[in-house]
Every structure is written in structure tokens, then in C-alpha cells.
Design a protein around this ligand. Structure first.
Ligand code: HEC
Length: 117
């Protein structure tokens, strides 16, 4: 019967802790969205929320909306077919490439249940 050396137990505890941390870390990484948030997201998040789930009453949710629908809507605000001053002002300074990144971002988000049904 071998006697436990004093360093064996702490070493094992450390290894288990390290494994747990690694598992937690990789789970957290997997739950992150695949795409990083677009640089101009802050412009839209005030009204539509960072994940497209609007917390402001009267603002449409964009999360999970079809990408082609979002692209169409944005081009309609851009060219005035949808004449909504607040949206036209919001996208005014945003380039076409940035708008496309925003549309892809919002389309990839998950819709949340309504906070205020
Ligand atoms: C000041 C508030 C505000 C900001 C900022 C804003 N929006 Fe909007 N957005 C609105 C409102 C209000 C509507 C609904 C307009 C309408 O009736 O067509 C809307 C509609 C939209 C729609 C169409 C939704 C649908 O279901 O048809 C899209 C797409 C959209 N916004 C994207 C954006 C993007 C991208 C940005 C950032 C560049 C942005 N919005 C910034 C208020 C805002």
C-alpha cells in the first residue's frame, strides 16, 4: 500500500479545475455569435436593440428577419420608397457595405419572447 505523497492531491485538484475551466470556456465560445458585431451597430441599437429585439415601444424587431427582406427594406429607406424620416436619417451616413453587415447581423440574431405582450 503506497502512501499518498503530499503534492498528489492538490495536483489532481488543479487538473480537475483546469478541465472545468476549459469546458466552461469552450461552451462560452460556442454560444458566441459566429460573426463579430458590425462597427456601426451602435447607430441602430438605440432603437432596434443590439440583437434586433427592440426594447423601445413602436420600434420593429429585426432579429431573425430574412436577410433579403432587411436588405430590401434598407434600400427602400435609402431611395425614399419608404419615406420614414427617422430611418432615412439613421442610415444616411452608413455606407452600403456597412448596411449590408448590419442586415446580416440582425438576420443572424435570435428573436426573444416579447417583454411586453
Ligand atoms: C431613432 C430610431 C431608429 C434608429 C436609430 C434606427 N431605426 Fe430602423 N426603424 C425605426 C423605425 C421607427 C422603423 C419603422 C419605420 C417604418 O414604419 O417603416 C424602423 C425600421 C427599420 C427596418 C425595417 C423593419 C421592417 O420590419 O420592415 C430596418 C431593416 C431597420 N429599421 C434597420 C435599421 C438599421 C440597420 C439602423 C442603423 C443604421 C436603424 N434601423 C436605425 C427606428 C430606428
Amino acid at each position: 500500500m503506497s502512501r499518498l505523497r503530499p503534492h498528489v492531491l492538490p495536483m489532481r485538484t488543479l487538473m480537475i479545475a483546469a478541465c472545468c475551466m476549459a469546458a466552461t470556456f469552450s461552451a462560452r465560445v460556442q454560444s458566441q455569435p459566429a460573426v463579430p458585431p458590425p462597427s456601426r451597430l451602435g447607430l441602430c441599437a438605440a432603437c432596434h436593440g443590439p440583437s434586433g429585439n427592440a426594447s423601445v415601444p413602436g420600434m420593429p424587431n429585426l432579429a431573425g428577419q430574412r436577410l433579403d427582406y432587411l436588405r430590401d427594406a434598407l434600400s427602400q429607406y435609402r431611395d425614399g420608397r419608404r419615406n420614414v424620416p427617422v430611418m432615412r436619417a439613421a442610415i444616411g451616413p452608413v455606407s452600403a457595405a456597412e448596411l449590408d453587415a448590419l442586415a446580416r447581423w440582425y438576420s443572424a440574431q435570435s428573436p426573444q419572447p416579447q417583454a411586453h405582450p
